[in-house]
Design a protein around this ligand. Structure first.
Ligand code: NAD
Length: 249
């Protein structure tokens, strides 16, 4: 019997990076995958690869979020794991002096409001089942702040962390665990895009990582699989750092 045998897992942002690696890892561990993404081509590809279901949804849109969980439940009959992971990095210089209100709002919508919507609409399913694991992707910057000037991103991830703690406490007695995953820098398209615009930023970031390299998405996926499984049954409301030692340095 595998750790996630027949668990139904809804993964947002499954088309790329951490979400993609997690869909692959969950499938190896026996889960049934509902892959959610805005990108139809990438999302359908991963769903096909892991033998799961693809739902195209914008996680910042409440109707889409309601529909994605309804589709997951109608197809598989339960929702055991919600990995609320889709996110974006700011499109431009994101120091507080330069960031515009529209860019700020978009980052809050995709990174923070989406997590509120996903938790709000998956919790009723999990409460009826009397169990579930919710993992919300925050970031190490939620705990430590950022040395590289990304105010809207850092604020959004701080919100994800605080919300996860509160929900973890609130629903602990109902068998539902809620944890904030806080990765350090991970070698994914999101990070590569950011560093392509500003190569020095990569070097500045790297010097803060004691392990001396960025994470591979598979290393983050391994931590998500642990949080999704019963191996982490006493872990809730946590900031789960997978950061190559940044927070200890
Ligand atoms: P990525 O860009 O490789 O993948 C993100 C996926 O989310 C893409 O497939 C994209 O299409 C999808 N997506 C974006 N907006 C969406 C929306 N509105 N609705 C549905 N899907 C949407 O990024 P990644 O590096 O794998 O990041 C995943 C999560 O991890 C994000 O929340 C990010 O902030 C967080 N994170 C990343 C790093 C890093 O260094 N890469 C570090 C800490 C936290």
């Amino acid at each position: 019997m595998q750790r996630l045998q027949d668990r139904v897992a809804v993964i947002t942002g499954a088309g790329s990076g951490i979400g993609l690696a997690t869909a692959q890892r969950f499938a190896q561990e026996g889960a049934k995958i509902v892959a959610v993404d805005l990108d139809e081509v990438a999302g359908a590809k991963v769903a096909d690869e892991v033998g799961g279901l693809f739902v195209r949804a914008d996680v910042a849109d409440e109707d889409d979020v309601v529909r994605m969980y309804q589709t997951a439940f109608d197809t598989y009959g339960s929702i055991d794991v919600a990995f609320n992971n889709a996110g974006i990095s700011p499109p431009e210089d994101d120091s507080i002096l330069d960031t515009g209100i529209e860019a700020w709002r978009r980052v809050q919508e995709v990174n923070l409001t989406s997590v509120y919507l996903c938790c709000k609409h998956v919790l009723p399913y999990m409460r009826r089942q009397g169990k579930g694991s919710i993992i919300n992707t925050a970031s190490f910057v939620a705990v430590l702040g950022s040395a590289t000037s990304q105010i809207s991103y850092t604020a959004s991830k701080g919100g994800v962390l605080a919300m996860s703690r509160e929900l973890g406490v609130q629903f602990a007695r109902e068998g539902i665990r809620v944890n904030a995953l806080c990765p350090g820098p991970v070698d994914t398209p999101l990070l590569r895009e950011l560093f392509a615009k500003d190569p020095e930023r990569a070097q500045r970031r790297l010097v803060h990582v004691p392990i001396g390299r960025f994470a591979r998405a598979e290393e983050i996926a391994a931590a998500v699989a642990f949080l999704a499984s019963d191996d982490s049954s006493f872990i809730t409301a946590s900031e789960f750092l997978v950061d190559g030692g940044i927070s200890g340095a």
